[in-house]
Design a protein around this ligand. Structure first.
Ligand code: PGA
Length: 305
């Protein structure tokens, strides 16, 4: 007896849509072709799969058993297709990278350098905040993630890459700009522009100030480091951002780092992967590249601290 995947897909589509014409539409077939396939199959297995009461179609007892088992076959078939696609990707290589908003500069520089010497490997990048990165990891979406502290509750493989210092920034004309060893208490009296809820940077800043027994005053909340830098440079308040998001502004003297006692807040960038996700060799190649390049990147920021 010969059964085809197409026939199993037709049974599935009829069960899920509840009728032949919707099943035909879903599978890009005509309705008579769907009926014909079912008729031929029922004839071949000498069992009827569906019972018809007027317009209503339901699985027969035998159909129910066949449907349950065919679901397993179709799930394995999907895995097989995935494996074939991955094997094709081995040729060219494809890497799905995701990174924290704050790691934008670091990750784009890494990808640009990597791609210039690995032209056959396609890299896609999604930039978003920590909260959404955790969701993506939960859904096994990215191959590799660059983020702050890895979330404790997920089954992950992670390793620290480089330090990510968070510094206080101000407009160069700000009264504190020329001061040194500014006490934390003094800083806490000023208005801060902070990142949105869900940002890893924001969570780290809040924890830091709580541990010091104080709290930041913040009236403005912004969804990106870029927006915070613009607002600080326009004199709307102070900000705390990653040193790695500041190169251009520091070089052009649009912003300055304040010398505050106990700062920078020391965070680390981590390379994070979801345990159990099948990864192509290109992912390991990219990870090794990041590790190799990271110390030069870190050193390029030492001059600013
Ligand atoms: P953020 O992430 O861009 O969400 O602030 C930084 C981090 O995870 O430390």
């Amino acid at each position: 007896m010969q059964l085809t995947i197409k026939q199993l897909q037709i049974i599935e589509a009829i069960v899920q849509t509840g009728n032949y014409s919707l099943a035909a539409e879903r599978l890009h077939m005509t309705q008579p072709a769907v009926s014909m396939q079912i008729k031929q199959l029922e004839h071949k297995i000498e069992l009827s799969l569906f019972e018809r009461q007027g317009k209503k179609i339901s699985l027969s007892n035998a159909g129910e058993i066949i449907y349950q088992h065919s679901q397993q076959v179709l799930a394995n078939y999907d895995v097989l297709i995935e494996i074939i696609n991955e094997a094709k990707d081995l040729h060219t290589g494809r890497i799905k990278v995701a990174a924290a908003t704050t790691a934008n500069h670091l990750i784009t520089q890494m990808i640009a350098n990597f791609s210039s010497i690995n032209k056959d490997i396609k890299v896609s990048l999604k930039i978003t905040n920590r909260e959404r990165l955790v969701q993506q990891l939960q859904n096994f979406e990215p191959d590799i993630v660059l983020m702050g502290e890895p979330p404790p509750k997920l089954d992950l493989i992670s390793e620290p890459l480089i330090a990510n210092p968070l510094v206080v920034i101000a407009n160069p004309e700000h009264p504190l700009a020329q001061k040194s060893k500014i006490p934390l208490k003094t800083i806490a009296k000023h208005e801060f522009i902070v990142r949105e809820e869900g940002s890893g940077t924001r969570a780290a800043i809040e924890t830091f100030f709580q541990n010091k027994g104080t709290e930041l005053k913040s009236t403005l909340e912004m969804g990106s480091n870029e927006a915070i830098k613009h607002a600080v440079s326009a004199g709307l308040g102070l900000g705390i951002v990653s040193l790695h998001s500041l190169k251009l502004e520091l070089e052009s003297n649009k912003l300055v780092i304040l010398d505050v006692n106990g700062l920078p807040i020391q965070r680390y960038w981590h390379i994070v992967k979801r345990k159990g996700k099948r990864l192509l060799p290109a992912v390991k190649q990219f990870q090794d590249f990041m590790i190799k390049e990271s110390s030069a990147y870190e050193e390029s920021y030492h001059q600013f601290l």
